[in-house]
Design a protein around this ligand. Structure first.
Ligand code: UD1
Ligand code: MG
Length: 430
């Protein structure tokens, strides 16, 4: 890994129309900048992220997840622009790859293509029907001559459809020599990194265009771009998982976080959403269910089940309209309409329809513990903290606010009364 990577992420991202920095907007569960860092880590052990706008917030988030990423603060007041971003950046290896932080769809294969060969500069180019907004790449006889920013183009140059995708692999020694020489004599009064191409050409250096796929290199600048990038990322995630053996019914209706893991025989029905760092092993998730940051093994959920963060299900059946939160269920059946929160339920227990763990008193959350082979009758409220020992039956409609000992029946109901012929007295006889 003899290449360094610099990721430019200092821009403001105005077109995103958000107080959140552009590069922290998420795609398939991860900030877009993290996707770029992930790709960079596959080819390099020396990564520098250039920051300026909301630098602290972005740096903190990166440091929570990544180790060894270095940071450089751009002096954007004095030196605005992509060239300004590179001022003062030092890299350790003899080649430096410069990436944009808003390109979450780049792949390792493309980065390798850009870093191969021995040209002084490899630069990424795309052929676009509509080149609007991009720097135009002037190529003659297969040789790059210069990059002209749209705002600096002559009318003829505006017609050029070969554009700069904004990623370059550069000989580090040259880069260190060129960056201090950049000026801002251009329409935007910015320091353009793209000017290093002209400098290299003037010195007789080789600048090699690497044609890349538009899908990977289109920058995300707006929330519309964000949605398009999400679609592409989702397609990739699902295709890889299906090839790995996951069955998906109507995959275009399914959402899967990029951090989710699958093992064994898993089935996802239409409209399923798998969020966060979930792990599914031999799981069948039925239509319309949502799974968040949970571990589901040898179990089925739904249709319309909701499994919230911190849940572990093993050998368990969760039916329709059941919500489970931060609970561990092993060998349990909860077929219909229940809320199980902050609970542990053991082997052989059955949770009837309408059972609720009352886990919250408005201030604090409390635990419910249910042992083995417990039959919790329908419409029971379990007022936590409460412990139900093994082999217990709880009668339907009970409010359980005391612990129940092993082998017992617990019943709490108002006695039922019947009044004969009341209907006829009230409405009159027909
Ligand atoms: C740049 C290229 C253009 C190319 C396009 C591809 C230049 C001068 N132009 O234009 O030829 O077609 O990318 O997307 O480089 N950034 C900083 N500091 C700054 C300004 C930008 O770190 O002062 C970062 C941004 O956060 C972003 C990247 O550099 O990640 C590109 O910036 P952006 O403003 O999108 O570049 P363009 O003007 O679109
Ligand atoms: Mg710009």
């Amino acid at each position: 890994m003899s290449i360094s990577v610099v990721i430019l992420a200092a821009g403001q991202g105005t077109r995103m129309k958000s107080t959140k920095p552009k590069v922290l907007h998420e795609i398939s569960g991860k900030p877009m900048l993290f996707h770029a860092i992930d790709a960079a880590q596959q080819i390099s052990d020396d990564i520098v992220v250039v920051l300026y706008h909301q630098a602290e917030r972005i740096q903190t988030q990166i440091e929570e997840v990544y180790e060894g990423v270095r940071f450089h603060m751009q002096d954007a007041q004095q030196f605005p622009g992509t060239g300004g971003a590179m001022k003062g950046v030092t890299t350790r290896h003899s080649r430096t790859l410069i990436l944009n932080g808003d390109m979450p769809l780049i792949t390792k294969a493309s980065l390798e293509a850009l870093t191969s060969g021995d040209a002084d500069i490899n630069m990424s180019v795309i052929e676009l029907e509509n080149p609007n907004g991009y720097g135009r790449v002037i190529i003659e006889e297969g040789k790059v001559l210069e990059i002209v920013e749209q705002k600096d183009c002559t009318p003829e140059q505006l017609e050029v459809k070969t554009v700069n995708a904004g990623i370059y692999a550069v000989n580090t020694a040259l880069l260190e020599r060129y960056i201090p020489q950049l000026d801002n004599n251009n329409a935007q009064k910015e320091y353009y990194l793209t000017d290093i191409v002209k400098m290299a050409v003037e010195e007789g250096r080789t600048v090699h265009p690497v044609y890349v796929a538009e899908e990977e290199f289109k920058g995300v600048n707006s929330k519309l771009d964000l949605a398009h990038a999400e679609e592409i990322m989702q397609r990739r995630i699902k295709e890889a998982l299906m090839m790995q053996g996951v069955i998906m019914r109507l995959p275009q209706t399914i959402y899967i976080d990029c951090r989710a893991e699958f093992e064994g025989e898993c089935i996802l029905e239409n409209g399923v959403s798998i969020q966060g760092e979930s792990r599914l092993v031999n799981a069948h998730i039925k239509a319309g269910s949502v799974i968040e940051d949970s571990h589901i093994e040898d179990s089925d959920v739904g249709p319309m089940g909701r499994i919230r963060p911190g849940t572990t299900l093993k050998g368990t059946h969760i039916g329709n309209f059941v919500e489970v939160k931060k609970s561990t269920l092993t060998g349990v059946k909860a077929g219909h309409l229940a809320y199980i929160g902050d609970a542990t339920v053991e082997e052989g227990s059955n949770i009837g329809a309408g059972v609720i763990t009352c886990n919250y008193d408005g201030k604090k959350k409390y635990q419910t513990k249910i042992g083995k082979n417990v039959f919790v009758g329908s419409d029971t409220q379990l007022v936590a903290p409460v412990t139900i020992e093994d082999d217990v039956m709880i009668a339907a409609g009970s409010t359980i606010n005391k612990n129940v000992e092993k082998g017992a029946l617990a019943i709490s109901r108002a006695p039922m009364k019947t009044i004969k012929n009341f209907f006829y007295k009230f409405f009159g006889a027909s």
